[in-house]
Structure formats: structure tokens, C-alpha cells
Design a protein around this ligand. Structure first.
Ligand code: SF4
Length: 208
């Protein structure tokens, strides 16, 4: 078994049926929560969206939002001015170009204002159950440490991972890597002694 396949196998044994920790009940909510999650914990985002999602139910609701009021509502997630602008203009795009619906393909998703490949792939994989690799900070760091890629840029890392990881595992792999990065392979002081991937890991900085 190739090292990549072995990594996927062990990872999914450690995190069977991995799930995203951002609460949502549809693609639009996931899209909004993902934009809010930049530089913020999922827990904080979930606290904010608990109220937000009661008030804003459709893309039209966000598109019509009052910018100043919306900023206040999402303020605890940080960078709220930018995030408010992004969400409102993303939803204007949804209303004007996609009839208020979140598109279920990458090409259209990345045309939305404020939506990059990471967010698009997350929505594609989680909300639409299509195979997708989303390279966030955890996937980026853990993939490099494991030796699955030597690249630094997320787009290039995504390309490498798409070649090495079986397609039917792309989404679960992404979600498991995010959990592993948060719980074990942390940015500072990774818990290597507890890591199920210790043997496969090629990082010279791993705990000996
Ligand atoms: S052995 Fe350490 S550095 Fe390597 S993947 Fe596991 S936690 Fe991360």
C-alpha cells in the first residue's frame, strides 16, 4: 500500500465519518459560516450563527442586509467589516446570477465574491457531497509534515493531494486532516507521541 493510502486508512480509522465543526443546515449557511470562520474559532462562529441564521434565511436576506447592522451582528468573529462586505456581496452575486441558490460546482462557486478555492471546496464536499479537497491552514501544515507535498501554496498542495488521495476519500480526508491538525498535529507543539501517523510522518521536527 502506498504511503498516501496508508495515511488515509489510518486517518479515517482515527476519525471515522469526520464532520465539519461549523453548525449549518444547508449550503448557504455553510458558505456564510465558512466566510465567518476566517481567523476565528468554530465555536465562536457557531455562537454567532445561532442567532444570525434565525434572522437571515435566504441569500436575498443577506443581499438586502444593512451593512452597519450586519457588522454588529457578526462582530464577535473578528474582521467583521471585511466579512460583512464579503457575505453581503457574495449573496448579491447569488441572487443576481444564480437565482439565490448556492451553485454546486467549483467553477461557479469561485466566481462568487469573497469565495476562494478553500471555501468553495468545503461547500462542495460537505454540503453537496461531491469529492473535494479543501486546503485550509491545518490541511496545509499536516500535509507538508507528512510529506504528502513539498509545496507551500494551497492551490499547488491541492493539486498534489488530488493526485495522491483516492478521489472517493477527498472530502473525508480533508475533514479528518482538519480534526487531526486541531487536536494532535497542532501548529505549535504537535502531540507526536499520540499521533496515529507517527510512522508515516516525514517531518524532521517531529517529537523523537
Ligand atoms: S508525528 Fe507529529 S508532526 Fe507528524 S503528523 Fe503526527 S503530530 Fe504531526
Amino acid at each position: 500500500m502506498s504511503s498516501a493510502k496508508q495515511i488515509v486508512k489510518k486517518l479515517l480509522q482515527a476519525y471515522p465519518e469526520p464532520e465539519i465543526e461549523l453548525n449549518h443546515s444547508n449550503a448557504l449557511e455553510l458558505l456564510v459560516a465558512t466566510i465567518l470562520s476566517a481567523q476565528c474559532t468554530d465555536q465562536r462562529v457557531n455562537e454567532v450563527t445561532r442567532e444570525l441564521f434565525k434572522k437571515y434565511r435566504k441569500a436575498e436576506d443577506y443581499a438586502r442586509a444593512n451593512q452597519a447592522e450586519f457588522e454588529k451582528e457578526i462582530k464577535p468573529t473578528g474582521f467583521y467589516k471585511n466579512k460583512a462586505r464579503q457575505i453581503i456581496s457574495c449573496c448579491k452575486d447569488l441572487v443576481e446570477r444564480f437565482g439565490g441558490r448556492v451553485p454546486d460546482n467549483l467553477d461557479d462557486l469561485v466566481t462568487l465574491s469573497g469565495v476562494g478555492r478553500k471555501t468553495a471546496n468545503l461547500v462542495l464536499g460537505v454540503a453537496f457531497k461531491k469529492p473535494a479537497i479543501a486546503v485550509d491552514t491545518h490541511v496545509q501544515r499536516v500535509s507538508r509534515r507528512l510529506g504528502l507535498t513539498q509545496e507551500e501554496k494551497p492551490d499547488k498542495i491541492e493539486q498534489d493531494l488530488m493526485k495522491k488521495i483516492p478521489k472517493d476519500k477527498w472530502t473525508d480526508f480533508t475533514l479528518a486532516m482538519i480534526l487531526h491538525g486541531r487536536r494532535v498535529c497542532k501548529a505549535r507543539r504537535p502531540l507526536c507521541k499520540e499521533c496515529v501517523l507517527y510512522k508515516e510522518c516525514q517531518w524532521e521536527g517531529k517529537e523523537k
